[in-house]
Design a protein. Structure first.
Length: 655
């Protein structure tokens, strides 16, 4: 009997062990896919003990460690992943980044050099490799900065300071005075809120009850007279949160005004270029308050996140809005991440980057103001920068004193705020440039991003054609899984680029772009976006709203319709149906009439700008297609009603 039980156990136990491994792996993957890395990591670590040679578990762990800035464990995982027969190019990059963050610059230099060899189109390999061969160039500025940790730091993350009069407003994950504590799974800490120092008694208090919500807030920026604030918040407005098609709550920018009567921030409203499908955040006002700089991962970005700018626009009636965001270009942005911009009193730009050669993680960079833009960025130098993440730098009017954020003193994922005093007294003096020796000849690269104009999802396997205008020669390539393609360009040449997308059962088209390398010198990286429109796509025109019961085109709606005009110009064969919708108030018949008038009014506006009449038809749908639950008989808020008073267009033909 005992022998029989033993035989059964020997047969069943391996099966049970295998099933348990599979179930635990699925649960770990579930946490990983939800960005709950702090929950996924211990489960992957247990699985790795069972199967220490598992390539897949090493991949998941490496990525999880990297996302929470645990560079020591990430280094061990990437060491395994690059010691295989076939190595993904990005693993050389991630391994090099982990080594640099761990202070192992000689080893990191070798890995960056290897990455440069397998991916010559990404100049991060050559840039970082060159810097680490000559680290003295970046260490020369270390005596220029006196760094001190501020007293208002907490055991949690504190970062992104901003001047507010004599006080400092900053972002913190410190525990809130509440019985119920909301936890953000990605960092396993409290949601971020805005706090303010009190210069009179040195205490810290929540900045504003009207701005802090149940989700993330911060960073922020203020106008000089401090009557206007622009702040970052999760996609949460009027007690409603929204997610992207991938189920992610993205970051948004909001504006508010100071009310001297209530002594609080009022009239909170989202900026017009917010979008559910990508993030915008980390705002910084220019000195004159007419421009904001911010970070975004919107389609067409060069890297993960880029620095963009937007300018105040005023209509003839005096209505103020913000212009379409402009990418600051490849001189400022890289294939890595650029974020946390700050504009000083002289119009110079300070920001953080992990794509420009630095000491590891995010480094602070400086780009001097020049006519029409900024000069090439330079690393702010050691002591201000370290092998850890250093970011969120701000300075006072003298240019000598300021603050910045860094995780150099804490455990994984925790940031602190530091005060900084510069020994240089001339506020217009810039840090000495860090010379990055690069041995390869100048390169001219074009990077294109192909994505759906409907869903913003990348489109792989699309064919891109590059026409040299001088000799009419054409070359082609195919976009990868991220919808990205690259071309090598010749100096002093003009090109036309177009994209062909194969979509079974539907005709698709993208805009044609021109580019040129004339007058360019050094390494040149051009970046173009190719939104793809397919017959049948219904594209929402953001922020075209109508006053209740009216169909006239408001000044703010004209700005959005101008974007449709640009799309029609870029796609000269496109024909569309403008579709207008009302809210549920009013009778079905009157709503249908009103929506028809709204659609025709939008069409007439585009006709007035020169679009041929046979390219646009207008159609009203009344209240038959609401975007929320505000149907007939349901009482809603004015903002909920407004969502349904919208205009969109459907692509009818591309031939």
């Amino acid at each position: 009997m005992k022998l029989k039980i033993l035989i059964i156990c020997l047969l069943i136990c391996p099966v049970l062990k295998s099933q348990n491994f599979s179930l635990k792996e699925k649960l770990a993957d579930k946490y990983y896919n939800r960005y709950s890395y702090y929950k996924a990591i211990p489960m992957y670590e247990q699985l790795l003990k069972v199967d220490p040679r598992s390539y897949r578990i090493h991949e998941k762990l490496a990525d999880s460690y990297r996302k929470i800035n645990d560079s020591e464990n990430a280094e061990m995982c990437y060491s395994f992943l690059v010691d295989t027969t076939v190595v993904k190019p990005e693993y050389y990059l991630f391994y090099a980044q982990a080594l640099a963050r761990n202070g192992k610059y000689e080893q990191s230099q070798a890995l960056y050099q290897k990455y440069s060899e397998v991916n010559s189109g990404d100049n991060r390999g050559a840039g970082f490799s060159g810097l680490y061969k000559n680290l003295d160039s970046i260490m020369a500025d270390s005596a220029d900065y006196s760094i001190t940790s501020v007293q208002f730091n907490s055991p949690s993350s504190d970062f992104s300071p901003s001047y507010f009069g004599k006080n400092v407003v900053f972002v913190s994950a410190r525990k809130k005075p509440s019985i119920i504590r909301s936890i953000y799974n990605r960092t396993y800490s409290s949601y971020l809120d805005l706090y303010m120092t009190d210069s009179e008694n040195g205490t810290v208090k929540p900045f504003s009850r009207s701005l802090n919500s149940i989700y993330h807030e911060g960073p922020v920026t203020f106008t000089k007279n401090q009557d206007t604030i622009i702040f970052t918040r999760s996609n949460y407005y009027k007690n409603h949160s929204r997610r992207s098609d991938e189920g992610i709550n993205k970051l948004k920018l909001f504006e508010a005004e100071w009310d001297n009567t209530s002594h609080d921030w009022t009239n909170i409203k989202p900026l017009p270029f917010n979008n559910d499908q990508y993030s915008v955040g980390h705002p910084a006002f220019s000195g004159d308050g007419k421009t904001i700089y911010f970070a975004s991962d919107k389609p067409g970005s060069i890297g993960g996140t880029d620095i963009y700018c937007s300018h105040i626009i005023k209509s003839l009636s005096g209505l103020k809005t913000w212009s379409e965001p402009e990418n600051l270009g490849s001189e400022i942005n890289t294939r890595g991440n650029e974020m946390f911009p700050f504009a000083d009193n002289d119009g110079n730009l300070w920001y953080a980057s992990d794509g420009l050669p630095g000491l590891g993680g995010l480094d602070v960079f400086f780009a001097a103001s020049s006519s029409g833009g900024f000069s090439n960025p330079v690393n702010a130098g050691a002591n201000l920068n370290s092998r850890f993440d250093d970011f969120g730098y701000i300075t006072n009017s003298s240019g000598r004193e300021g603050y910045f954020s860094s995780d150099r003193n804490n455990e994984i994922g925790d940031d602190d705020i530091f005060s900084v005093i510069r020994s240089r007294t001339q506020k217009t003096e810039t840090p000495d440039p860090v010379i990055i020796p690069v041995s390869h000849p100048s390169s001219y690269k074009l990077t294109g991003k192909v994505y759906s104009a409907d869903s913003f999802k990348p489109i792989p396997n699309s064919t891109a054609f590059l026409l040299n205008k001088a000799d009419s020669s054409t070359i082609k390539t195919v976009s990868d899984e991220s919808g990205t393609f690259t071309f090598d360009l010749k100096p002093e040449s003009d090109y036309t680029v177009n994209v062909t997308v194969i979509n079974a059962g539907s005709k698709c088209s993208s805009n044609i772009n021109d580019c040129s390398t004339r007058g360019a010198s050094g390494d040149v990286s051009l970046n173009l976006a190719f939104p793809v429109f397919c017959v049948g796509d219904v594209i929402k025109v953001e922020n075209i709203y109508y006053d209740l019961g009216k169909y006239n085109i408001r000044p703010d709606a004209r700005l959005e319709l101008d974007k449709v005009y640009d799309i029609m110009l870029a796609n000269p064969k496109m024909k569309i149906e403008l579709r207008s919708h009302t809210d549920s108030r009013g009778t079905p018949a009157s709503n249908m009439i009103l929506s028809d008038r709204r659609a025709n009014a939008a069409a007439e506006y585009l006709f007035s700008k020169g679009i041929a009449h046979n390219r646009i038809t207008g159609k009203g749908f009344g209240d038959t297609l609401p975007l929320n639950n505000c149907i007939k008989g349901v009482k809603c808020t004015e903002d909920e009603y407004k969502i349904n008073r919208r205009t969109e267009f459907k692509v009818i033909s591309l031939e």
